[in-house]
Ligand binder design. Structure first.
Ligand SMILES: O=P(O)(O)O[C@@H]1C[C@H](O)[C@@H](CO)O1
Ligand SMILES: O=c1cc[nH]c(=O)[nH]1
Length: 292
């Protein structure tokens, strides 16, 4: 393990700095190399510390909502603008990352709305750069919510799942990140108070079935989620149902492709995080084992 990068603060002083930052609500970066860099280029966001005044542009951001598709995140920013009384219906929002063509970013008052593409590698690149952006901008007390789609497991059609814990395909609350040639295991707990707060909000909306449950994160949409209709499939439909039943019994209520990386990165960097996911399909008929 690398402990002290020459030219930077010793590990103990860095730990104290992190504790102070966490207490003050600042967003943490845990990379001593950043202190040595003259400029930080947030390459995939088309932003940087020398080219943009990040504190002026983003210092007042309090909420970040992320989701896979650029159009969805644009529509969400427009919705937030109307909800916050910041713009008339139909008024457009500008893509802050228009120069990059990788991700799209919009703001509506204190809310930032960003697309992350599909899967862990894509959300992970976006989150590294977003977290550095919030850090450079000196944002405080930021809440981040992933709003996306998922496959529902044994739940009422049309329900929204608020994730209490992201689990991997063995139903374990962990995210395994390959770092050089090591596998580093990171925790995937999300903010339980935020989950309860979101659940309470959903109860104020009529006909809006919402529940809290575990979300399973896979590396693949097809074989990884037990689908029988990919270009490859090496298991029977019985085997698929047996796996999904075990997932249900372990507390999994929906499946998607980003939650473990999202929970691990946000948790380590001091962001209060939650994921709020609407299943767009049921992944198997689990009626034999489902109680709700
Ligand atoms: O945020 P979205 O709805 O794009 O997330 C889910 C998980 C995968 O990225 C994708 C698969 O269709 O949808
Ligand atoms: O079934 C689904 C739906 C959306 N996203 C997924 O990863 N799986």
């Amino acid at each position: 393990m690398c402990s002290h990068v020459p030219g930077t603060l010793p590990t103990s002083q860095r730990a104290q700095r992190h504790q102070r930052a966490r207490r003050s609500g600042l967003v943490l970066v845990k990379n001593p190399h950043l202190d040595l860099m003259e400029e930080d280029v947030l390459y995939h966001l088309d932003l940087g510390t020398k080219t943009h005044n990040l504190p002026a542009m983003f210092g007042d951001i309090k909420f970040v909502c992320v989701g896979g598709s650029p159009n969805r995140m644009r529509a969400f920013a427009q919705f937030m603008q109307r909800e916050l009384g910041l713009a008339a219906a139909g008024e457009d929002v500008a893509d802050i990352c228009a120069g990059s063509d990788r991700y799209a970013m919009y703001r509506a008052g204190p809310v930032l709305s960003i697309s992350h593409g599909m899967g862990i590698p894509s959300i992970s690149i976006m989150l590294h750069e977003l977290i550095k952006l919030l850090h450079h901008a000196k944002c405080r007390d930021v809440t981040i919510i992933r709003i996306g789609t998922s496959g529902g497991l044994g739940i009422e059609a049309g329900s929204v799942v608020i994730t209490d814990m992201a689990v991997d395909s063995s139903f374990q609350p962990r995210f395994e990140q390959v770092v050089l040639d090591d596998v580093v295991v990171r925790s995937t707990e999300l903010d339980k108070d935020l989950a309860e707060e979101l659940l309470a909000c959903s109860r104020d909306i009529p006909d809006f079935p919402t529940l809290i449950g575990h979300t399973m994160c896979t590396y693949d949409f097809y074989e990884g989620q037990g689908r029988l209709d990919g270009a490859l499939c090496s298991f029977s439909s019985e085997k698929k149902l047996e796996y999904l039943r075990r997932a249900y019994e372990a507390g999994v209520r929906n499946i998607e492709m980003e939650s473990t990386a999202f929970a691990a990165l946000c948790g380590l960097c001091g962001l209060k995080g939650e994921s709020y996911l609407k299943p767009k399909c049921a992944l198997g008929d689990l009626s034999a084992c489902c109680t709700n």
